[in-house]
Design a binder for this molecule. Structure first.
Ligand SMILES: [Zn+2]
Length: 456
């Protein structure tokens, strides 16, 4: 009896020890049961050239990786690798197999198998599989310029019409030498596009390329041939007097800077002319960069004439240097046309459009921005009051605001700006009927007749 009870205790203790051992192993990282993680897209457009990135991860280490590719008839092993099981992550590049077994014209299947270093599954480890459909595409997009404005002026606008073709077009834009991008609008018939292009005022040189990329990473780049017309802009130096620093500069610094109290008068000016100006310009760029729609109305834009009997008091593109005690301390570009008539005069939108901004904007004061389609926007600043709200549709001839001197303005006037996808351009061109006819409407008409001939 005694002996038997002792035996039972030993057996029970053994069972407890075995169960405890199993529980310990079950919870031990050595026996983890999570399959490896494979990062791979399910469908891939591939130019058969750039390696396909593959990322594999496992908490107990990658032990085995196999990658194979099949065209439905033949299968080729691309990676067949045994690891020591200590690598928690493996980054591999899948290259197109050079064996010639696969047909390039067919869709391919990529198969990935990974086993980890866990002792689970009777020491075999956990396994994961992933499959990706591969669509071979090594054809470049085709880009073909139909027609464009003959010239572009420094600080000005031009138009280009072109054809772009690819089965898997991914992105299409125009890029200038300074990296500025313009996104085109579909035009007239399938596969054709138009875009306004701007030569940014601060850029000394200019070139513009149409760039098309497809989903497989193939790309095409086509130069737009413009006659480049340089333009000399006025450069002026403004002496900063104590009186000047005491007026609007002080008011604006007080309104917009928390550190106003600690600033010397010249620091207040630097804050207004640089920090605040950059912030306000960014607001304008943001509002005037919404993706271009087709022209809002089918009718032609008429030359802008925002202020009746408005006399120009400052031009677009003036480069201003600011001097304090004999040293240049700051600079800025004046990127609008200043027009003045009587105080609180009516400001009119000459063309249909949609109000995309109607708000206070620092140095620009009360401002309105209108989207006219095709990436063209107009800006009206220093207003004393606004008659429209964001989201309003305006019709040609509508009064949108009254002139004033809100913001960094001296005397009642309108700061009128024209922007092409966020870039300020010469308003003078868009106020000039012959210019608009030669550079915009004739180009559009020529493009249409070229497309009609192409189609035949
Ligand atoms: Zn101005």
């Amino acid at each position: 009896m005694r002996k038997n009870r002792g035996g039972t205790i030993i057996i029970l203790s053994l069972l407890v020890a075995i169960l405890g051992g199993i529980l310990f192993l079950y919870q031990s990282p050595l026996f983890e049961r999570n399959p490896p993680k494979i990062t791979l897209d399910e469908s891939i457009h591939w130019n058969l050239k750039d390696p396909i990135p593959l990322h594999v991860k496992d908490e107990s280490g990658v032990k085995f990786l196999r990658v194979s590719m099949s065209d439905g008839t033949n299968s080729v092993n691309i990676i067949n690798e045994v690891y020591d099981g200590k690598q928690l992550e493996v980054n591999a590049s899948i290259e197109y197999p050079r064996t010639g077994f696969l047909s390039q014209s067919k869709n391919l299947t990529l198969q990935v198998e990974v086993t980890d270093g866990s002792k689970w599954n009777l020491f075999a480890g956990n396994q994961s599989k992933a499959v990706a459909r591969i669509y071979p595409d090594n054809k470049r997009p085709t880009v073909f310029v139909l027609t464009n404005s003959y010239k572009i002026t420094k600080g000005g606008t031009a138009l280009v019409a072109f054809k772009a073709d690819d089965e898997n077009l991914n992105s299409l834009y125009i890029e200038t030498n300074s990296g500025q991008r313009f996104y085109p609008t579909p035009f007239y018939k399938d596969g054709y596009y138009v875009s306004l292009v701007a030569w940014p005022r601060p850029d000394e040189k200019f070139s513009a390329d149409i760039i098309a990329t497809d989903k497989a990473g193939n790309f095409a780049r086509e130069r737009i041939r413009f006659f480049l017309q340089d333009r000399k802009y006025r450069v002026s130096t403004i002496e900063l007097s104590e009186g000047f620093l005491g007026g609007k500069v002080t008011n604006l610094a007080q309104m917009y800077s928390r550190d106003y109290d600690k600033m010397k008068p010249i620091e207040r000016f630097m804050f207004v002319n640089q920090t605040l100006r950059n912030e306000n310009n960014a607001n304008i760029t943001k509002a005037a960069t919404t993706p271009p729609k087709a022209l809002l109305s089918e009718k032609k834009l008429t030359p802008f004439y925002p202020l009746r009997n408005g006399a120009a008091v400052a031009s677009f593109g003036d480069y201003r240097k600011y001097s304090y005690n004999g040293t240049i301390v700051s600079e800025s570009y004046h990127l609008g046309l200043d027009l003045a008539s009587t105080a609180q005069a009516d400001i009119v939108s000459t063309n249909d459009g949609k109000v995309v901004y109607a708000n206070e904007n620092g140095i620009y004061g009360q401002s309105v921005i209108i989207d006219h389609g095709l990436g063209l926007f107009t800006l009206y600043s220093h207003c004393s009051s606004l008659a429209v709200r964001e989201g309003d549709e305006v019709k040609a001839g509508d009064v949108i605001a009254k002139t004033g001197s809100t913001g960094f303005a001296f005397g009642d006037h309108l700061h009128f700006g024209v922007l092409v996808q966020g870039i300020d351009v010469r308003p003078e061109e868009w106020m000039d009927a012959p210019w608009m006819n030669d550079n915009i409407y004739t180009v559009l008409e020529n493009a249409k007749s070229l497309i009609d001939r192409h189609e035949l």
